[in-house]
Design a protein around this ligand. Structure first.
Ligand SMILES: Cc1cc2nc3c(=O)[nH]c(=O)nc-3n(C[C@H](O)[C@H](O)[C@H](O)COP(=O)(O)OP(=O)(O)OC[C@H]3O[C@@H](n4cnc5c(N)ncnc54)[C@H](O)[C@@H]3O)c2cc1C
Length: 291
């Protein structure tokens, strides 16, 4: 008979890993299972908010994150190529008065490494495919490389992302709306005269584009798609930048691109008897409006 766990965490994105770290420090028994076979390798969410760092500090991992991250104190606003204003983050009332930029793959790597120091590993290739709730426990069905396992836990916590299996199985509505506009994003190597220690936001007649440094000449750019297809090759990304940033530049290399739409959705209640939802499984917002 399997021994009952305190918590079974579903999903090893930043939310599931953060929860796992917190549970390690409280000495609770848990497992963290992840459907994917390897860690994420793409940059996805790059901005860590000051409040998140305050929480990471309590978990003893803020320093590790900061060591690897870029700290941004200031930003610049431009309209049709002309500089207009400076944004200053240093007055924020927090021990972390800056914008912290770190690829999500790195955030996850650092959280997972810290978790390993507590003797916990992420169980990959392991998918939750069903569960049943009872008065004092919940039983989960896991699939691992063709094998089925049944696990009893006091609680299941679904940190399984925006398309959460747990949320769908519970039949919970994900109320809210999705905005029509799509946004393009790309991680690019570019030579330009702009500071690589600041954020740059360009408003133009063609739309907005924002640029965030990731390394010395590697930048994340993101912009709203006002017309035409998603820019997915070197030439299209070059044009996209040209039309909006209006500064002299040479696009050297496109490392990664994607697109996203902005949603504003939340579940009504995070807890459903012995099952809880957290992270994107419970709420999704604009990357700039999540706070
Ligand atoms: C292409 C892309 C670009 C993005 N860019 C940005 C950005 O620029 N800025 C920003 O703020 N946000 C961005 N996001 C969103 C950001 O990545 C998410 O908000 C964040 O990852 C949410 O973290 P999470 O831990 O809640 O969920 P996730 O990171 O989605 O993690 C959920 C995990 O659960 C696993 N899982 C799912 N179902 C199961 C199951 N049944 N069993 C086991 N495991 C399961 C998944 O494999 C996944 O690893 C982007 C997302 C994508 C996809």
């Amino acid at each position: 008979m399997n021994k009952k766990l305190d918590v079974l965490i579903i999903g090893a994105g930043p939310t599931g890993l953060t929860l796992a770290l917190a549970l390690s420090r409280y000495g609770l028994s848990f497992r963290i299972v992840e459907r994917a076979s390897g860690p994420s390798v793409v940059s996805k969410a790059i901005g860590i908010q000051a409040r998140s760092l305050e929480l990471f500090a309590r978990l003893g991992v803020a320093e590790d994150l900061m060591e690897n991250a870029i700290k941004i104190n200031q930003g610049n606003l431009y309209v049709n190529g002309a500089w207009q204003a400076k944004l200053d983050f240093t007055d924020l009332n927090t021990p972390f008065p800056f914008v912290t930029l770190l690829p999500q793959s790195e955030t996850e790597r650092i959280l997972e490494a810290r978790l390993a120091t507590y003797g916990h590993i992420v169980e990959r290739d392991t998918e939750l495919t069903g569960f049943a709730q009872f008065p004092t426990f919940v039983t989960a069905t896991l699939q691992h490389k063709g094998e089925t396992e049944t696990v009893d836990a006091s609680f299941i916590i679904g940190a399984d992302g925006a398309n959460s299996f747990v949320r769908r199985e519970l039949g919970l509505p994900f109320s809210g709306k999705s905005f029509k506009e799509s946004w393009a994003l790309a991680d690019i190597e570019v030579d330009w005269p702009l500071s690589s220690e600041e954020v740059h936001i360009f408003f133009s007649d063609h739309g907005v584009i924002e640029s965030f440094p990731l390394q010395s000449n590697l930048f994340r750019i993101t912009g709203n798609l006002t017309s035409g297809p998603v820019p997915t090759d070197h030439k299209a990304i070059d044009d996209f930048l040209q039309n909006r940033a209006k500064v002299p530049f040479e696009l050297k290399k496109v490392h990664w691109y994607s697109m996203f739409r902005v949603h504003n959705r939340i579940i009504e209640k995070f807890g459903h008897h012995r099952i809880y939802l957290i992270g994107d499984a419970a709420h999704i917002n604009s990357p700039v409006g999540g706070q």
